[in-house]
Design a binder for this molecule. Sequence first.
Ligand SMILES: [Fe+2]
Length: 380
Amino acid sequence: MTTAANEHVATDARAADAFPVKGMDAVVFAVGNAKQAAHYYSTAFGMRCVAYKGPETGSRDEAAYVLESGGARFVLKGAVRAGTDLGRHVAEHGDGAIDLAIEVPDATAAYEHAVAQGATGLEKPHVLEDEHGRVVVAAIATYGETRHSLVERTGYSGPYLPGYVAADPIVAPADRRFFQAIDHCVGNVELGRMDEWVEFYKRVMGFTNMKEFIGDDIATEYSALMSKVVADGRGKVKFPLNEPAIAKKKSQIDEYLEFYGGPGMQHIALATNDILYSVDAMRAAGLEFLTTPDSYYQDAELRERIGEVRVPIEELRERGILVDRDEDGYLLQIFTKPVQDRPTVFFELIERHGSLGFGKGNFKALFEAIEREQERRGNL
Ligand SMILES: [Fe+2]
């Protein structure tokens, strides 16, 4: 593992030149009612609405609300009339992510590199301009109907993109942010196609495998999924990829694929520096989290592995927060229930203390909790 990790570091240095990224630009959602979704993310996620476009600003087909929390940006898009592709997307998939937009220093170079490496181009690089400056945007396809916009915004000072106007917060913003950034965005792909998409990110973006993966060992017994993580050389953009695994019960990935109607983004992990506060604030606002059995916290082997963390285990137990530790440190994490009627997209809160992992050690406890929810929905 050490040798492999060193090789990855060496590969990272080369890859960074081929497809440099600055970070996530935004996660763009297609939703049934963007106005109400914007309210939900303002209250339950403590986000602040900063920009808007819609019929009033010349956007005849769709309304879009841009919400931020620290470095995290969500764009919520809804159709304002019948017969749009956005509306078709929502009818087919329900609310979900249509675009994991990546900020790049040079969108033209990024697009050309991606297409030369076999990516499907969806939008050639083009300039968008208004009084705040200039943005270059291009887009390539990834799994399912999801895309990666490539956004070059160094010459832009507006609230989001040309075409959007500054907007007021929808509700009085919370005193403290509930979270600070997007940590990772996870994709669910079809059975047997995870490695293909891992290769896609390696080839097209120069991303490399992070060491954490879920293989046959965990897959068959509890998780019924296989998972690998690709990331850019500096770990600014991290995309875990899941595929269903054959197990004794129906995979949670199969459930997603069935109800979403194909591959798509499964969850976004939001980075917080105070997960106790985040969970309390979001739960008070009505967000539902997965529960964790008390046995998780009482398990002697687990407590031994976890060791000392910054808060008493009791505080974590009260909230159902999970802990995982590896050689680099530890992390605290918790998962929400799906945030729309379909059992598809959900969120994670993650507080990292050195660990670069994704909570592999929690998969057993976590999936037992998820399976209880699946059983209640009759989908197990
Ligand atoms: Fe995650």
